[in-house]
Design a protein around this ligand. Structure first.
Ligand SMILES: Cc1cc2nc3c(=O)[nH]c(=O)nc-3n(C[C@H](O)[C@H](O)[C@H](O)COP(=O)(O)OP(=O)(O)OC[C@H]3O[C@@H](n4cnc5c(N)ncnc54)[C@H](O)[C@@H]3O)c2cc1C
Length: 246
């Protein structure tokens, strides 16, 4: 277990980046802490806490909504600006106490393969803004999720931006309605009539899928669902979501 030698609470993303990029000091970045506080395997000297870095703004411009990386799940749930699909997914991320702490940037950085929230963000055409010592980079969420460590590469997520228009639907299976889903599907028909379908629990991270190729997936398996079960659920849930959007 790491012995913490210093704790920093920078007041800007730039100041956080400077702290993270010091040579000879191993620092860990903390947002809400819900995932990282459970890690006992990390070796680091110092903590860089993002809570005062001013990344908690939420604003709408046209048909896009921008969420600072430190926007909490409960803020998303409570926001009338956020699409219902996203508000529902944020609500299902965890209990009330967790939702007041966990952040949207943390969820994107963790890239949990069973994240219902990330499947919703994928169909909402989400971009991820990363600030690095060498400048700003923007990724489509699907590209970011292909290799989050490579996309971050010494940088930090400052915000995400997503579409608020279109018709949406989602469905999921889990051991209980309140449990983390085993497989979840989110869909959106955009204003041009194009369908976007995303699944979680079927690959190393949530993915966008071609509706005609869901049956070709070869999901990983674990104690909560075999590969065959996950594929069958992916096909079933995709059908339901697409029917709701027809
Ligand atoms: C009870 C419980 C239920 C959970 N359920 C889910 C779930 O259903 N789906 C799910 O996806 N996850 C789940 N998680 C995991 C995790 O809590 C969430 O992904 C959460 O939103 C992480 O946000 P955080 O702000 O707490 O991140 P932290 O724990 O602070 O950080 C997590 C990781 O992300 C990095 N990070 C955080 N913010 C940034 C940033 N802005 N830029 C770059 N890196 C950053 C940190 O350095 C760290 O490595 C759950 C956790 C708990 C405790």
């Amino acid at each position: 277990m790491a012995v913490i030698k210093a704790y920093h609470r920078p007041t800007s993303a730039d100041a956080a980046l400077m702290l993270l990029s010091r040579r000879g000091v191993t620092s860990v970045l903390v947002a809400g802490g819900t995932a990282i506080n459970a890690r006992r395997d990390l070796e680091f000297d110092e903590i860089v806490d993002l809570q005062a870095a001013g990344l908690d703004e939420l604003h709408r411009a046209g048909d896009r909504l921008t969420l600072g990386a430190m926007v909490r799940m409960q803020t998303v749930v409570d926001s009338p600006e956020a699409p219902d699909l996203l508000r529902d997914a944020a609500h299902r991320e965890g209990p009330n106490t967790f939702r007041h702490v966990g952040t949207i940037g943390g969820a994107v950085a963790v890239a949990d393969w069973e994240s219902d929230l990330l499947a919703a963000l994928l169909v909402l055409d989400t971009d991820v803004n990363v600030q690095a010592p060498e400048g700003h980079r923007m990724y489509g969420l699907a590209e970011f999720l292909e290799d989050p460590a490579k996309a971050l590469d010494g940088g930090l997520i400052t915000s995400i931006s997503l579409a608020v228009t279109g018709a949406t639907a989602s469905d999921r299976v889990g051991r209980t309605p309140a449990d983390k889903p085993i497989v979840a599907a989110s869909g959106r028909r955009d204003l041009l009539g194009r369908l976007h379908l995303a699944l979680s629990g079927v690959a190393a991270t949530p993915i966008l899928v071609d509706p005609d190729k869901v049956g070709d997936l070869t999901p990983p398996d674990d104690f909560r669902g075999s590969s065959v079960y996950r594929r069958e659920m992916a096909v079933l849930l995709s059908k339901r979501v697409l029917a709701a959007l027809a």
